[in-house]
Design a protein around this ligand. Structure first.
Ligand code: ASP
Length: 432
């Protein structure tokens, strides 16, 4: 008997013929009865007027979630990885009925979308919150660190993976690097730039490589993700020297002023590139030094900027500022927008001011130009080759400690190389 014709419905993969072209994608629920909504392979949604549509061909029926859901059970034979889900594109999936994305926090659902990592390890999933990373703040970094602390002290756990949105991932990576000093096992942060249902999704490779990183002896906070635009291998990048450098590419995260720690291949092979802190068998308890003072700012100098912007921070009782200086260490130093008198004034009134490189690559050097020497005399502290976001999380963390407050104590800590945030051996080879 012939199967009855089923009219395509939301969630089905279809091909739509309109005039002289065809569009392929997933049919979405439309709230306008005259419009067909389609999610294209590239992730964009388009609306097509029903009256222009000549034909709708069904390519594939909507995948039933139940069918996809494999058995989820820890087999207690594989090494254990604790997996902390915090939100972002990596933990979202297309909701065919709305065309939007929905969260993936449930272990079963996560298993159905990313079965591969459950083959590598026994993965225990938890999710303290689900946020796009632009909505996170220092309280979230503290919350994550407390969960990580528990896993670090659980002798059954080999390593930890944290999945996170990309936009502010490098802030979390550096904040955790400071909150944990010396580690006893890997803490791996990972992400994806495209959601799991897209043909070009990058999450699979990132997750598989993250699992191998979590089982490795790299006892550091590292960010693991695509090393290039292909699906060949990932880099493990140091938490204090990594930055999102592209809005959409899969290899958005780059090491700045240093080399990657390692290449991680999806078959588990690890090729070490730089020295790192090795896993140790320890009996000592790891404690998260989870403090943060939010009364700090991060600003960027630009030509023609009136230095009176600094009054705002003083008036509102900010304790410290990270300022992105131009070039090798400059702000306007003569003329009507001369910053030198204002810097001197706010520093004398107790503001702590740190200069970081706007260029990101290379280091600041106040001894090259006479003008920078005059800026230095105001009391601004130059922070070499540190990344602006790393300097920001470091200052908040340092000021979170009562004993390190005051200009001398804070300066000493800010100049100390606590978590490899400075590269003392910076040479041309790190600038590629
Ligand atoms: N805006 C998103 C976030 O950072 C982008 C992503 O998930 O990667 O959470």
């Amino acid at each position: 008997m012939k199967k009855p014709f089923k009219k395509p419905e939301a969630g089905d993969k279809v091909e739509i013929v309109i005039d002289n072209r065809t569009e392929k994608g997933i049919l979405l629920e439309s709230h306008d009865s005259g419009i067909l909504l389609l999610k294209l392979e590239n992730g964009y949604n388009i609306g097509l007027r029903k009256e222009d549509v000549k034909e709708i061909k069904l390519i594939e029926n909507k995948k039933s979630e139940k069918k996809e859901e494999k058995e989820f059970a820890l087999n207690h034979k594989k090494p254990v990885i604790d997996f902390i889900i915090t939100g972002g594109t990596i933990s979202s999936k297309l909701d065919p009925s709305t065309g939007g994305v929905k969260d993936l926090t449930n272990p079963k659902e996560f298993f159905s979308v990313y079965p591969e990592i459950f083959e590598i390890a026994d993965v225990r999933i938890q999710s303290p919150f689900m946020k796009w990373s632009e909505n996170m703040d220092s309280n979230d970094w503290i919350k994550i660190s407390k969960i990580v602390e528990k896993s670090l002290n659980d002798e059954n756990v080999k390593g930890i993976i944290i999945s996170h949105g990309t936009d502010t991932l490098h802030y979390t990576a550096s904040a955790l690097s400071f909150m944990f000093g010396k580690l006893n096992k890997p803490v791996v942060l990972t992400y994806s730039q495209r959601s799991s249902d897209r043909g070009s999704a990058d999450s699979r490779l990132n997750l598989i490589c993250s699992a191998y990183a979590a089982l490795s002896d790299i006892a550091e906070v590292v960010l693991v993700g695509h090393a290039n635009m292909n699906d060949e291998y990932c880099y493990a990048l140091r938490g204090t020297k990594v930055r999102k450098m592209h809005s959409s590419r899969r290899d958005a995260f780059r090491p700045i002023n240093c080399k990657p720690i390692a290449k991680i291949f999806p078959d588990g092979k690890i090729e070490v590139i730089s020295d790192y802190n090795k896993k140790i068998k320890s009996n000592f308890k790891i404690k998260a030094d989870a403090v943060f003072d939010n009364k700090i700012g991060l600003i960027k100098f630009y030509p023609g900027q009136n230095p009176d912007i600094l009054d705002y921070y003083l008036k509102n009782k900010y304790k410290g500022l990270i300022i992105e200086f131009a070039g090798i260490g400059q702000v306007a130093n003569h003329g009507k927008n001369n910053w030198i008198p204002k810097l001197k004034e706010i520093i004398e009134k107790g503001m702590l001011v740190y200069a970081v490189p706007q260029t990101l690559y290379g280091r600041l050097d106040p001894y090259v130009y006479e003008s920078a020497r005059r800026i230095l005399e105001t009391g601004v502290v130059y922070l070499g080759d540190i990344l602006p976001e790393t300097a920001f999380t470091k200052l908040g963390w340092v000021l979170g400690h009562k004993e390190w407050r005051g200009s001398v104590a804070t300066k000493t800590k800010m100049l100390e190389n606590i978590s490899n945030e400075f590269n003392k051996r910076l040479g041309r080879e790190f600038l590629d």
